[in-house]
Design a protein around this ligand. Structure first.
Ligand SMILES: Cc1ncc(COP(=O)(O)OP(=O)(O)O)c(N)n1
Ligand SMILES: Cc1ncsc1CCOP(=O)(O)O
Ligand SMILES: [Mg+2]
Length: 212
């Protein structure tokens, strides 16, 4: 497995772990290490409660850990931070700015994701303006984001023709995620189902088994 960001193999099928809001950076690194050791293939740094300075420090701290595992680091909300620290990508939702400037600044190789909620037309536009992957959800009630809009699994099959990886998010557990993979999800994006599990490594492996 390559740990060079320019040549690392980018698996585009498997567990896409997203960090919980964690103020203690050492604890964040410890928790993420467990999940990467267990086989998560992408990591998103997301911390909705942190200051700008803490977010920059935590994102920077995660980068060598991700590199050591050959896992791309994707920064939520803020492509400028992603570019500044040399992360592999950024994830942008409807309040996070346009994809075009992010793509122009980060280059063709960057992994730039777009939240598409339950909107296939939004997904089409996102791909047309440079998204590397599209994310749909929430598919189930999310403990992390209880008011997230809901989506139906049929969206995942409808999005096959877009030709980019399809990510499912929202309230996923190892017990409910299998049908989403069957419907076409390439990546399962998970916060609480992994990080709030009694054994995050075991939970990561259980999610990964949904792809077997
Ligand atoms: C993989 C993935 N999918 C969706 C989201 C949600 O993005 P957004 O709608 O911008 O909401 P916040 O995460 O910023 O609260 C995501 N982060 N990652
Ligand atoms: C960021 C986001 N967008 C839709 S649901 C969600 C939170 C996902 O977290 P969890 O896996 O704990 O439901
Ligand atoms: Mg966002």
């Amino acid at each position: 497995m390559s740990t060079d960001p320019t040549t690392m193999t980018r698996a585009s099928r498997g567990v896409y772990a997203i960090t919980p809001d964690e103020t203690d950076t050492d604890r964040l690194l410890h928790r993420v290490t467990q999940v990467l050791d267990a086989g998560a293939v992408w990591l998103q740094y997301r911390n909705k409660g942190a200051s700008t300075a803490l977010r920059a420090a935590q994102a920077r701290a995660l980068l060598p850990l991700c590199r050591a595992h050959g896992v791309p680091l994707i920064v939520n909300d803020d492509w400028r931070l992603a570019a500044a620290i040399g992360a592999e990508g950024a994830h942008l939702g409807e309040s996070d700015g346009e994809l075009g400037p992010a793509r122009a600044a980060m280059g063709d190789g960057a992994l730039i994701g777009a939240s598409c909620y339950a909107d296939i037309e939004r997904a089409r536009r996102a791909v047309d303006t440079g998204a590397s992957y599209v994310a749909f959800g929430a598919f189930f009630p999310s403990p992390t984001k209880p008011h997230a809009r809901r989506a139906e699994p049929g969206l995942l099959s409808a999005a096959r023709s877009l030709g980019v990886p399809r990510v499912a998010i929202g309230g996923l557990t190892p017990d409910n995620a299998g049908p989403l993979v069957a419907a076409g999800a390439d990546l399962l994006a998970v916060i609480s189902g992994v990080f709030d599990a009694p054994d995050p490594a075991r939970a990561t492996r259980a999610f990964a088994a949904c792809f077997d």
